[in-house]
Structures are given as structure tokens and as C-alpha cells.
Design a protein around this ligand. Structure first.
Ligand code: AMP
Length: 290
């Protein structure tokens, strides 16, 4: 264990288990907040949620190589463990689990968790191996800690849906809790990757939020046509010279399938690139407004 005045950081899975074993044996509840570090208030809100629900809250910090493809930002992903541990402590966490890559993957894994279908749409079309890396590491974290609850942000909406489905399909004894997206005052969703934005790109990055709002407006005005909604969203991104859309989409909020006629709980999703940054965002909208 790395000692610290603020909060303990454990690097070994065996040590992690020891830390929570006593709590669990005494009937206490354990919450997990999986992250890749470089924390912000969005992560802290998940920690606060877990701290309110559980006797012990563990934040895992691990930049998972399995979920990055060749040419993505694995090597340059921002890292700052000292700052992260302070932010964890301030938000009410009890322990940080920050394993090395060797601790997580002592041998190259030949087993992976694959949530078929959901892993290849939307983000999966642009990052074909990404979600298999996510589900595999989340399953490992669940095994290493044995949390009763795990907290994920709606910010990564497809990830949340996929983790829920994995947990249900494998009967994992974990309650998956989804938490709302925290935003900057101008609407930009907080993200560790926002550090990639130049001062010029930063105001332009509100284009994702503006695109989502435009899509929502089309639905609330009564449109039931997904093409119309997606076109309105795409037009907003196209009008921003510093941004290029990967996709704009409206899907069923639970299945992530694209309905032919919009109805029920919907989710609007957008992914766009601005310079070095590739950002995603999403918004819930009622397809059956009163
Ligand atoms: P990451 O470190 O990017 O893997 O994110 C760790 C967790 O924090 C994921 O469950 C994210 O969905 C969640 N998260 C990231 N950004 C936000 C945000 N702005 N608001 C709420 N949760 C977030």
C-alpha cells in the first residue's frame, strides 16, 4: 500500500480484497466507482452517490489498454494519481485501487466478455474493440472487489447500457447504478479528454450539447421521424467549422435500437472530433410528450 494523508491507495488485488473483507463480513456494503483517473467533478459525483449508499466506497483508477485501439490515445491519456487521490478523498471515497497493467493482466488475457450486438453499434462502429475491453475489465474489477453496487455515468450511455446487460446476462451480484452527466455552465459535458481542447476549440466544443438540444427540440415539436431528428443534430455540428461529427443518432433508451417511428423513452447521442479531442455526449428525451 502507498501511504498517504488523504486516502489509501492500494495497487494489489489481494490487498484490495483484505481491505473490504472485514466490512463485508460485518454486513457492510461496498460500492465501486470504476474510472480511468484524471478525475473531475463528474467522477466525484459518482463517488458521492456511492458514499451516500454504501459503507465503503472504492474508486478504481486504471487506464485500461484493452479498451484502446492502435492509434488511439492510450499513451497520452492524462494521468495524475496524486491529484486524483485528493479528489477521491474530498468526494467521500474510502480507498483508491490503482493497479499496474501487470497486476491487472499478469498474462495476456485470452478470455474476454463480449456483449454481442450492443458492442458494434454507435461508438462500436468507430471503436470496434472498445466495449469488449470495457466489459472485460469491469468484470475483472467486479471479481477483484465483489462490490454490491457499482456506479457508472450516463455520460457514457452506451457503456452503461452494455454493463447493465453484461451484469444481467452473467447474473453478476452487482447493482449497476447510473448517475446523471455533470456539465460545465455552457453545457459541455465534463470529460478527462476535454484537456485536449485548445483555447480556440473549447467554446466550439459546446456544439455537442447544442446538437443534442436541437434534436430534443425536433422531438418535442412533435416529429416522430428519426431521420429528421438526426439531420437537425448533424446540421448543428456541420455548422461548426472546428468540429466533425462521427455520428448523430436517436435510439430507444433501453435497447439502443433505432426506432422507425419515435416513441417512448429515447436517447439522443452524438460523437464529434475537434482537433485532437474525440468527444461524446447524449441526452434523454420523451418520445411521447403530453
Ligand atoms: P472515465 O474515467 O472516463 O472512464 O469515466 C469513469 C466514470 O465516470 C464513467 O462511468 C463515466 O461515465 C463517468 N463520467 C465521466 N464523465 C462524467 C460526467 N461529466 N458526469 C458524470 N459521470 C461522468
Amino acid at each position: 500500500m502507498t501511504g498517504g494523508t488523504d486516502i489509501a491507495v492500494v495497487e494489489r488485488a489481494a490487498e484490495l480484497w483484505q481491505h473490504v473483507e472485514g466490512v463485508r463480513r460485518a454486513g457492510g456494503s461496498v460500492g465501486l466507482v470504476p474510472t480511468m483517473g484524471y478525475l473531475h467533478e463528474g467522477h466525484q459525483s459518482l463517488v458521492a452517490c456511492s458514499a451516500a449508499d454504501n459503507d465503503v466506497t472504492v474508486v478504481s483508477i486504471f487506464v485500461n489498454p484493452l479498451q484502446f485501439a492502435e492509434g488511439e490515445d492510450y499513451g497520452t491519456y492524462p494521468r495524475d494519481l496524486d491529484r486524483d487521490r485528493e479528489l477521491c478523498a474530498a468526494a467521500g471515497a474510502d480507498l483508491v485501487f490503482a493497479p499496474s497493467t501487470e497486476e491487472m493482466y499478469p498474462q495476456a488475457p485470452i478470455t474476454s466478455v463480449v456483449v454481442q450486438g450492443l458492442n458494434s453499434i454507435l461508438e462500436g462502429r468507430y471503436r470496434p474493440t472498445h466495449f469488449d475491453g470495457v466489459t472485460t475489465v469491469v468484470a475483472k474489477l467486479f471479481s477483484m472487489l465483489g462490490p454490491g453496487r457499482a456506479y457508472f455515468g450516463e455520460k457514457d450511455y452506451q457503456q452503461l447500457a452494455i454493463v447493465r446487460r453484461m451484469t444481467a446476462d452473467l447474473s453478476l451480484p452487482v447493482e449497476v447504478v447510473g448517475c446523471p452527466t455533470l456539465r460545465a455552465p455552457d453545457g459541455l459535458a465534463l470529460s478527462s479528454r476535454n484537456v485536449y481542447l485548445t483555447p480556440e476549440e473549447r467554446p466550439a466544443a459546446t456544439v455537442l450539447w447544442r446538437s443534442l438540444q436541437a434534436g430534443r427540440d425536433v422531438v418535442t415539436a412533435g416529429s416522430r421521424d428519426p431521420d429528421e431528428v438526426e439531420a437537425a443534430m448533424a446540421a448543428v455540428v456541420a455548422a461548426e467549422p472546428l468540429a466533425t461529427a462521427d455520428y448523430t443518432a436517436v435510439v430507444d433508451a433501453t435497447t439502443l435500437a433505432r426506432p422507425e417511428v419515435l416513441a417512448g423513452e429515447l436517447r439522443l447521442l452524438v460523437a464529434a472530433r475537434l482537433g485532437r479531442a474525440r468527444l461524446i455526449d447524449n441526452l434523454g428525451v420523451d418520445g411521447d410528450p403530453a
